[in-house]
Design a protein around this ligand. Structure first.
Ligand code: HEC
Length: 135
C-alpha cells in the first residue's frame, strides 16, 4: 500500500512537471505565425531579386490579432494599430508590380515589422532587418 501511493505521487509529479511551460517551452500561437512571416519576407526578397511574382502571405490580420502570446510578454496599448499598419503596408506591396516600386514598398512593409518590434519584442530586429534592400 505504501509503495502504491508513493508511486501515484511520483506519477502526479512527473505529469505536472512535463506539462508546465518551464519544461515544454512550446512557442506561442503568435510566435509560430511570426516565424512563418519571417520565412515569407526572406523568400519574398528572392522573388523580387529573381523578378518573380509575389507569394501568398502565410497568415492574415484576424489571426495575428487574436493569436495568444508567450506568457510573461506584454503587448503595448497601440498593438492593434501596429498590426493594422503592417497589413496596410502588405496590401500596398501586393498592389505594386513595377520592380523599383516593388523594392520600395517591400522595404516599407519590412520596416513596419521593425516599428512594432521596437515596442514589443526587440530580439529579432537584426534578423528582420537583413531582409531590407540596401538603398
Ligand atoms: C504588431 C506588432 C508586430 C508586428 C507588425 C510584427 N511582429 Fe514579430 N513579434 C511581435 C511579438 C509581440 C512577438 C513575440 C510573440 C510571442 O512570443 O508570443 C513577435 C515575435 C517575432 C519573432 C520571434 C518568433 C519566435 O521564434 O519566438 C520573429 C522572427 C518575428 N516576430 C518576425 C516578424 C516579421 C518578419 C514581421 C513582419 C513581416 C513581424 N514580426 C511583424 C510583434 C510584431
Amino acid at each position: 500500500m505504501k509503495v502504491k501511493s508513493s508511486f501515484i505521487l511520483f506519477l502526479v509529479f512527473v505529469v505536472t512537471i512535463s506539462q508546465s511551460s518551464f519544461v515544454t517551452d512550446k512557442p506561442s500561437e503568435l510566435a509560430k505565425l511570426m516565424k512563418q512571416m519571417l520565412a515569407y519576407i526572406q523568400q519574398e526578397k528572392k522573388q523580387i531579386e529573381n523578378n518573380q511574382t509575389a507569394l501568398p502571405f502565410p497568415t492574415n490580420l484576424q489571426k495575428v490579432s487574436k493569436a495568444k502570446i508567450t506568457a510573461g510578454k506584454k503587448l503595448v496599448n497601440e498593438h492593434e494599430k501596429y498590426v493594422r499598419n503592417f497589413f496596410q503596408k502588405l496590401d500596398v506591396y501586393n498592389s505594386t508590380n513595377d520592380s523599383s516600386e516593388r523594392v520600395v514598398s517591400f522595404n516599407l512593409m519590412v520596416s513596419s515589422c521593425v516599428t512594432c518590434h521596437k515596442q514589443e519584442c526587440p530580439g529579432p530586429i537584426q534578423v528582420i532587418e537583413k531582409s531590407l534592400f540596401k538603398e
